[in-house]
Design a binder for this molecule. Structure first.
Ligand code: SAH
Length: 345
């Protein structure tokens, strides 16, 4: 049977794998065994699954394939040890992931789509549009390969690489289910952040799942007028409905929402912007991450001075809005989202 007809085994949840194996006439415990080979021992070939009978290995090879990613390029920051990977998928597409080293452990930022169709004006990932969604297996292997290559555990994960995770909702949910399963990597979803440009209906779908992850909203503006200049998605969902969804998210899950605000000089970094932002977010249990915009050649946006960014933070703090300026990691390796893939195209 050719690969096209085989099923992507690493994208199956434990329950699905158990069902599939039982339907193949295998005893109940085989599902857990195969799952553990894939997600704990990270075995990349059925023939390496040494406690399975040969006859089962042959059946597995006929029915399934293991969808892995390969490290095509790796760049290590000389400043802070940040590692950036360009991964190649089995169909030749490429995505990026970044390992950031903190005192409390390694944080990994992964991609959820090949390209993106959200069209944010400052972002490199969206320049060529959306090519396709990543499968759960591909997202899992972004994590597994980073652990294998660094020889260190990933202790927290952010879905902030290429793509809009809520635009690939089902695959991302299944990825999180497998990632957090005790029979798999067993990563607590408390250590996962999902970043979205603000697909409001999907935020409601997400809160229903009660996953305990941190929701991070790419806000980047204090009002619809400015937001519409850089984020096309804001024409579909206005800020009122987005912020209402964030309040509801907190009420439903008890998890504080985090807002990303990339400061773009002359666009969203004035004192008036800070005041208005503070007004809009007032009374909300939230945190604002201020990010000096990464200058992307094709985009032409500029960042302001350090003093201006600090002033913006101070203006928010005076109005009781909890804000931090994101420490820049990997400044020497062009760690901005989507730039490495872009270069390689
Ligand atoms: N699509 C999701 C996640 C991927 S983008 C989202 O929009 O949140 C990850 C974060 O990087 C988002 O906050 C995004 O707005 C921000 N970002 C993209 N390009 C950037 C740039 N050039 N400078 C600063 N932040 C950028």
């Amino acid at each position: 049977m050719s690969a096209e007809y085989r099923e992507d085994v690493m994208s199956l949840s434990l329950g699905e794998l158990q069902e599939a194996l039982q339907a193949m006439g295998e005893p109940g415990f085989r599902g857990k065994q195969v799952y553990s080979w894939l997600h704990q021992k990270r075995c990349k070939e059925f023939t390496g699954m040494s406690n399975l009978p040969k006859s089962l290995i042959a059946k597995l090879e006929q029915r399934f394939y293991i969808n892995t990613v390969e490290i095509r390029r790796k760049i290590v920051s000389q400043i802070d040890g940040t590692v950036k990977y360009l991964y190649e998928l089995q169909d030749g597409n490429r995505v990026e992931a970044v390992v950031m080293k903190y005192h409390h452990g390694n944080s990994l930022c992964i991609s959820t789509q090949v390209g993106c169709r959200m069209g944010c004006g400052f972002c490199a990932s969206t320049l060529g549009g959306l090519v396709r969604n990543l499968t759960p297996a591909e997202m899992l292997d972004e994590v597994y390969k980073a652990e294998e290559d660094t020889g260190e555990k990933v202790s927290s994960l952010v879905l902030m690489g290429i793509g809009e995770p809520l635009d690939n909702f089902d695959n991302v949910m299944r990825f999180l289910e497998i990632l957090s399963s005790p029979e798999g990597m067993n990563l607590s979803l408390r250590h996962v952040s999902l970043s979205t440009c603000g697909l409001v209906e999907r935020i409601y779908d997400l809160m229903e799942k009660k996953l305990g992850l941190t929701l991070s909203i790419s806000l980047h503006a204090p009002n619809d007028e400015i937001r519409q200049k850089t984020m096309p998605v804001s024409r579909k969902y206005d800020m009122d409905s987005l912020l209402r969804a964030c309040r509801d998210y907190f009420d439903q899950t008890g998890r504080r929402v985090s807002f990303e605000y990339s400061l773009i000089h002359g666009v969203n970094d004035s004192d008036e912007c800070a005041w208005e932002l503070a007004r809009r977010l007032g009374g909300m249990n939230c945190h604002v991450n201020l990010i000096p915009v990464n200058e992307v050649r094709e985009r032409g946006y500029k960042r302001g001075s350090r003093q201006q960014i600090e002033r913006f933070q101070r203006l928010l703090a005076e109005r009781h809005i909890n804000a931090t300026i994101r420490r820049e990691l990997g400044a020497d390796i062009n760690a901005a989202c989507g730039q490495l893939r872009r270069e390689s195209l």
